[in-house]
Design a protein around this ligand. Structure first.
Ligand code: SAM
Ligand code: DTB
Ligand code: SF4
Length: 327
């Protein structure tokens, strides 16, 4: 049944232990309870992005001092992918600070996809908006997942980004879906949004024509020089409460039971206990490695220690999660 915003708000309002119980039941009905999928990120084209996303260090509108770089050579990308595989990662996600890829970049991008796949890794890219023909080319080259986030509720969106519309994001998601690739789509919490916005954000995801196979839930990484990073540094109380973050993960799990829910950016500043609660709430995927795109991440050693402490193991394949389910 299609959930309404009222249904979703009611989930958020449950006593925490009831919410976690429901989330665990949804999780165990569709996923191995103690397995977590591992992805590694690489920024293949850093900085100089014309978009004005208020959270992002890579926007030309931010004053972060980040040096803009050209698209990396395929050889360097493959070397990083081989390292990620050796460290136990199952998926390699390549991100570019673009509004959209240029057609002249497509050959190089396809070469990267084919090379990473040949190493025996699942492939993911996030390059901004895609046309249908660009999505088809990436799919033919062997791209398994495309990440394109809705980021927040339709109502809050305009306070965060003005250079790209919600509707344009939905168009790209449609092109990715039509090309046959799996959809990775989520967003960020802790950007000063209200509970109602978190409800609206999860409602938008859960009512897409099909649920995304992968749902990254990022906690804002506050970066000095970005609009949102400065706001948070100056008003620390605006930071999202960790239990509210756990609730968001649990509601995502209940609404999209077959999706892989990824505990994404922001893990570095979360305690082990909060991360454990997120896994209990149904998160079953993380970014590992010591870097996200431009900021630090918890890293391999910390993750290995956490997994040992919690009795978690790396998921070998998330194939079942990629079976299409009507949303
Ligand atoms: N340029 C492409 C785009 O935006 O479509 C791809 C790269 S972009 C960095 C990918 C996603 O990373 C964003 O949609 C956002 O959800 C997340 N992200 C970026 N900066 C973040 C931050 N400071 N904290 C948390 N998540 C962030
Ligand atoms: C997503 O939802 N989170 C990742 C990935 N998709 C591309 C990116 C997180 C970026 C965090 C900030 C940074 O390192 O620049
Ligand atoms: Fe550009 Fe993506 Fe950063 Fe937005 S999130 S400024 S589109 S790199």
């Amino acid at each position: 049944m299609t959930p309404t915003r009222d249904d979703i708000a009611a989930l958020f309002e449950l006593p925490l232990l009831d919410l976690l119980w429901q989330a665990q039941q949804a999780h165990r009905a569709h996923h191995a309870p103690n397995e977590v999928q591992l992805s590694t990120l690489l920024s293949i084209k850093t900085g100089g992005c014309p978009e004005d996303c208020g959270y992002c260090s890579q926007s030309v509108h931010a004053k972060t001092g980040l040096k803009a770089e050209k698209l990396m050579d395929a050889d360097a990308v493959l070397a990083a992918a081989a390292e990620a595989k050796a460290a136990g990662s199952g998926r390699f996600c390549m991100g570019a600070a673009w509004r959209e890829p240029k057609d002249r970049d497509m050959d190089a991008l396809c070469e990267m996809v084919a090379g990473v796949k040949a190493l025996g890794l699942e492939t993911c890219m996030t390059l901004g908006m895609l046309t249908r023909s660009q999505a088809d080319r990436l799919a033919e080259a062997g791209l398994d997942y495309y990440n394109h986030n809705l980021d927040t509720s339709p109502e809050h969106y305009g306070a965060i980004i003005t250079t790209r519309t919600y509707a344009e994001r939905l168009d790209t998601l449609e092109h990715v879906r039509a090309s046959g690739m799996a959809v990775c789509c989520g967003g960020i919490v802790g950007m000063g949004e209200s509970r109602e916005d978190r409800v609206g954000f999860l409602h938008a995801l859960a009512t897409l024509p099909e649920h995304p196979e992968s749902v990254p839930i990022n906690a804002l990484v506050p970066i000095r020089g970005t609009v949102l990073g400065d706001m948070l540094a100056d008003t620390p109380l605006a930071r999202i409460d960790e239990i509210e973050f756990v609730r968001t993960v649990a509601v995502a799990r209940i609404l999209m039971p077959r999706a892989m829910v990824r505990l994404s950016a922001g893990r570095e500043s979360m305690s082990e206990s909060t991360q454990a609660l997120c896994f209990l709430a149904g998160a079953n995927s993380i970014f590992t490695g010591d870097k996200l795109l431009t900021t630090g991440n918890a890293g391999g050693d910390a993750d290995a220690a956490l997994f040992a402490k919690l009795g978690l193991s790396a998921m070998v394949s998330d194939q079942p999660a990629r079976m299409r389910v009507a949303g």
